[in-house]
Design a protein around this ligand. Structure first.
Ligand code: GA4
Length: 341
């Protein structure tokens, strides 16, 4: 659907919220929704999706299964780890010394892989866990595909489904991460691990250090505990550039990943984000990282390369990118290693 150019001009002249909220039920029509999504992902790399169509029962079923696991004794949880890189992890993130104030489960979303891992996560009834995961993954994958199809339309791609097809392939390498942040022990100053943030009021401990997500699109949902912060795209990382994202358990927070930045030649931006440790209540968050198959070739879509906007990254495969990312620390600017010429 084509949006009349005067409607577009009117839309673009309105200031964009720091955290754009996008109503996925498209009250003003599909064309406008597509334009809103492109603008949010180009100017913020991030938006809050409401009326997204994922039934609350699907989310609460997964939360209950996850909380039942995290409530188990440490020795039982350790049997589902260590993360290599998938499985149960506590404090350690990746293999190069990054630490956070959390424990987590990191799963491949392919159903056979979920079933294998579920045997160590819910020893009493593995299918209880795997069914909750599979149902959740199906729902968030559908949401991610919808967002990507709309972005494809909004960007004027000849084949608007080319982005969503990358993540809906049967051999897609998508992951699900469930993070459990226990309440932090003290708010008096910097803690061990990734250290504290100077000058910030309240909690100063980092729950999960700053990074960009390597994949195509990330779809996050959390309970009612704050903690997520995003760095404004033009920010330089000073404290004033970090924006607190107020918790909303009924919404999904969606961000652009490195691959989507590369596929759109930098038009859509992969933003840096982090999680501050909570002081009073445990935070539970679940993130679906939508990724292509390992062999997928990532190169700028032709519509995004113009004389005014020449190719920014050299072509690479997801497998190649993954190898680079696992060799680096969490906060590394990996995409810089793939700059063209
Ligand atoms: C960041 C985004 C996802 O949580 C993740 C993380 C992954 C991991 O925990 O194994 C990485 C990190 C993330 C990027 C750099 C490497 C790999 C930890 C790390 C230090 C699951 C992902 O895909 O990349």
């Amino acid at each position: 659907m084509v949006v009349p150019s005067d409607t577009m001009a009117a839309l673009e002249s309105l200031p964009l919220d720091i955290i754009p909220t996008v109503d996925m039920s498209a009250p003003a029509g599909r064309g406008e929704l597509a334009q809103r999504l492109v603008r949010a992902c180009a100017e913020r790399g991030f938006f809050k999706a409401v009326n997204h169509g994922v039934p609350p029962s699907v989310s609460s079923r997964l939360d209950a299964a996850a909380m039942a696991f995290f409530a188990r004794p440490a020795r039982v949880k350790q049997a589902a780890g260590p993360p290599d890189p998938l499985g149960y992890g506590s404090r350690n993130i990746g293999a190069h010394g990054d630490v956070g104030e959390l424990e987590y489960l990191l799963l491949h979303t392919e159903p056979d892989a979920v079933a294998r891992k579920a045997k160590t996560i819910d020893t009493e009834d593995p299918s209880r866990f795997s069914e909750a995961v599979n149902e959740y993954v199906d729902a968030v994958r559908r949401l991610a595909c919808r967002v990507l199809d709309l972005l494809g339309e909004g960007l004027g791609l000849r084949d608007p489904t080319s982005l969503s097809r990358l993540i809906s392939a049967v051999d897609s390498d998508s992951l699900l991460r469930i993070n459990h942040y226990p309440p932090s022990r003290t708010v008096d100053g910097p803690k061990s691990g990734n250290g504290g943030v100077g000058g910030a009021k309240g909690s100063t401990a980092i729950g999960f250090g700053e990074h960009t997500d390597p994949q195509i699109l990330s779809v996050l949902r959390a309970n009612d505990v704050d903690g997520l912060q995003v760095l404004l795209p033009d920010g330089h990382g000073g404290d004033e550039d970090w924006v607190q994202v107020p918790a909303d358990p009924s919404a999904f927070f969606i961000n652009v990943g490195d691959l989507l930045q590369a596929l759109t030649n930098g038009r859509l931006v992969s933003i840096r984000h982090r999680v501050m440790a909570s002081t009073s209540k445990p935070r539970l968050s679940t993130i679906y990282f939508a990724a292509p198959p390992l062999h997928a070739h990532i190169s700028a879509l032709p519509e995004t390369v113009t004389p005014a906007s020449p190719r920014r990254y050299r072509p690479f495969t997801w497998e190649e990118y993954k190898k680079a990312m696992y060799a680096l620390r969490l906060s590394h600017n990996r995409l810089d290693l793939f700059q063209a010429g």
